[in-house]
Ligand binder design. Structure first.
Ligand code: MSP
Length: 638
């Protein structure tokens, strides 16, 4: 039986971080888990390559968008390879067959009467060429902070509103379709507010899939992206997907738009969607724009990919947000992998070598056999419900039970006694520990695919670990008389401070390499400026000002002469070097930040009474600081 699962396709305007790795590692875990259940499983992931952000990033690099995408898509593919993740289909939205499937879907929806040409009115930033959804007239562009403009253009619309009742009824009667329950409830309340039709093409953008026969229209974002799940497996008999794994921020697109597109086209919808939570780093969502990113590569190099997988699946309740920190990662590794599983493996195998010349003896302790017999179905059913942490917890309870049992039997004492009872008990202890280790190793294999096979081969089991199924995994499978392999530590203890320092150093290197690929100047890890006491900062009087008038200073390309209201008796005269970045009409009415207590100075003969605050990068144009919420003129920044 087939089991087809997907991850989101990742935007190529950022390089992979552990947030992306999280979903892809879970997909890999589930792929292995489903195979152990006897399914023929397949995974799709890929890259989302269209849109204005990509076009802009390519421009910065002096590359064509396609050339740029080729580089970053390859970075994602390489990352998944380095982490040893199984991927059947890596689908790029720039693949020709993808464009065909998107157009097919569009045609089907159109033939069935769900597509119409309409007029789209929305907020748009002419500088960033960006449509800002849900913005009101005058709202700032989220990219550059300049006021957006209201644009009207002819686009194709999808009749999403026609599906409101059907979607509501569907979600209400299929509460398991979208998990976990919180997301299901959110979608129900969203649907109850009613749905608007959706503009699915744009005529202003070039970097997108052309709508066949409808130039200059190109598909816009989600109609293109979601279809990847189908185009990746076109003609392979895998549709509908059994599971879409996604992060919680893209639930609406998957649980509302996607089923509606498919229904409109007369196609089957996916069977399940699971939306996990966010990985937080330093308290907020790890994201490129916040700059609080952790990459998988340094962790892999220092601790191994399995350490990261184990941490993410054990520490974070799947479906909820979870915090990442290097301390917690190393802590979990040492307590559960080095001291827990690693220790059980090395002491069991070493004792079999020492006391039984490396041959598995005969005998079995009923109490441990019973716990193991319960652990197999409980771990399987927890994983089946995406409760990875609980599943691992139950496996680790078995490890603890075996540890306790070994201590109670004290095989090191039994080995010194030559009477038959002691020797029989020693056989029983060693067999029980080894058999429990075999079962634990098989159960953790979907989560620890690089380390579990090492323990498996040290146990000397001839059948390959990846042929083990839950059905075939019962107590007693280990054959007495089997020769065990050479023992080597699989999870050596890690010294936290040294490992963390190494990972941090590698992270800086990795950040710089990735920034270079993306054409970005990375923020320096530490600013060179000396630290100042707060009293020094307080001396600077920063105020909200509003530009009343602006004109270019004659004889200068750079300077702009402005009158700025600071809620004082008279507006201030301010001259600033922003004329190459802003036209006067873009400035008038805009709220800005002014250093209000600078000594006056003359520029081109005009006395400037204050300084306007702007950010800029080496060689780039200044971008004015502004506000996303309303704030009265004259308010102080502190
Ligand atoms: N391209 C769209 C998805 C289209 S799917 C048809 C997109 N791309 S993305 O690059 O922004 O990736 C978002 C996905 O990456 C999330 O849904 C999640 O799977 C993963 N994550 C990115 N950052 C994450 C965290 N900080 N924490 C957890 N997962 C994160 O959205």
């Amino acid at each position: 039986m087939k089991y087809y699962l997907t991850t989101p396709i990742y935007y190529v305007n950022a390089a992979p971080h552990i947030g992306h790795a999280y979903t892809t590692m879970v997909a890999d875990t589930l792929w292995r888990f489903k195979r152990m259940q006897g399914y023929d499983a397949a995974v799709t992931t890929g890259s989302d390559e269209h849109g204005i952000n990509v076009e802009r990033a390519a421009e910065r690099m002096g590359k064509s968008p396609k050339e740029f995408c080729d580089v970053i898509a390859a970075v994602f593919e390489r990352e998944w390879q380095r982490l040893g993740l199984h991927i059947d289909y890596f689908q790029r939205t720039t693949a020709p067959e993808h464009a065909r499937v998107v157009n097919d879907l569009f045609k089907r929806c159109r033939e069935n009467g769900y597509i119409y040409k309409g007029s789209y009115t929305g907020q748009y930033c002419i500088f960033d060429n960006l449509y800002v959804n849900e913005a009101k007239p005058g709202d700032p562009c989220p990219e550059c902070g300049r006021p957006t403009e209201t644009v009207t253009e002819e686009n194709f619309f999808f009749k999403l509103s026609a599906f409101t009742d059907k979607l509501l009824e569907f979600h209400q009667s299929n509460p398991d379709f979208l998990q976990p329950e919180t997301r299901h409830n959110e979608v129900i309340s969203f649907l109850k507010q009613g749905l608007n039709d959706l503009s699915i093409t744009r005529s202003n953008i070039k970097w997108g899939i052309p709508v066949e026969g409808e130039a200059p229209h190109v598909f816009y974002v989600w109609f293109d992206a979601l279809t990847t799940y189908m185009s990746a497996v076109d003609g392979k008999g895998l549709w509908p997907a059994d599971l879409h794994l996604i992060g919680k921020e893209i639930v609406r697109f998957h649980a509302i738009y996607w089923p509606a597109f498919l229904w409109a086209a007369g196609l089957e919808i996916p069977k399940r969607i699971f939306a996990h939570g966010w990985l937080l780093f330093e308290e907020s969502k790890m994201s490129k724009s916040r700059g609080n990113i952790v990459r998988p590569e340094p962790i892999r190099q220092v601790m191994g990919a399995d350490a990261l997988r184990y941490f993410l699946l054990r520490e974070v309740v799947f479906g909820q947000d979870g915090s990442f920190s290097y301390d917690a990662l190393v802590g979990r590794y040492n307590s559960d992998l080095a001291n827990g599983l690693g220790n059980l493996a090395s002491r069991t195998l070493t004792m079999i070598h020492q006391y039984r010349k490396g041959v598995v003896p005969e005998g079995s302790a009923k109490a441990i056999a019973a716990i193991a017999a319960d652990t197999i179905p409980s771990a399987e059913s927890a994983f089946d419900k995406f409760e990875f942490s609980r599943g691992l917890e139950s496996i680790w309870s078995l490890i603890s039970a075996v540890d306790k049992y070994i201590v109670e039997c004290a095989p090191w004492k039994l080995a010194r006694q030559s009477d038959e009872t002691s020797q029989k008990l020693l056989d029983e202890t060693l067999y029980t520990a080894a058999e429990a280790l075999r079962i634990v190793t098989a159960l953790v294999a979907p989560v620890l695919p690089q380390c579990a096979p090492k323990i498996w081969s040290q146990l000397g089991i001839p059948e390959p670990l990846d042929s083990v199924t839950y059905k075939g995994l019962a107590w007693g499978g280990l054959k007495p008389g089997q020769k065990i392999g050479e023992v080597a530590p699989v999870f050596p203890r890690i010294e936290a401070s040294k490992a963390i320092e190494e990972m941090r150093e590698l992270e800086v290197k990795e950040t710089a390499e990735q920034a270079a690929l993306l054409g970005k100047t990375p923020a320096p890890a530490e600013t060179a400026s000396p630290k100042i006491p707060i009293d020094d900062f307080v001396k600077i009087d920063l105020r909200v000002g509003q530009v009343l008038s602006a004109e270019r200073v004659k004889g200068s390309d750079k300077l702009m002469h402005m009158k700025v209201d600071l809620a004082e008796a008279q507006p201030r005269t301010i001259v600033a070097g922003i004329a190459e970045a802003y036209a006067p009409e873009q400035l008038v009415g805009r709220k800005v930040v002014i250093v209000a207590n600078l000594q006056p100075r003359k520029l081109k003969g005009i006395e400037s009474n204050g300084m306007i605050v702007a950010a800029s990068v080496e060689g780039g144009k200044p971008v004015l600081a502004g506000f996303h919420e309303d704030i009265p003129v004259g308010a102080r920044l502190k």
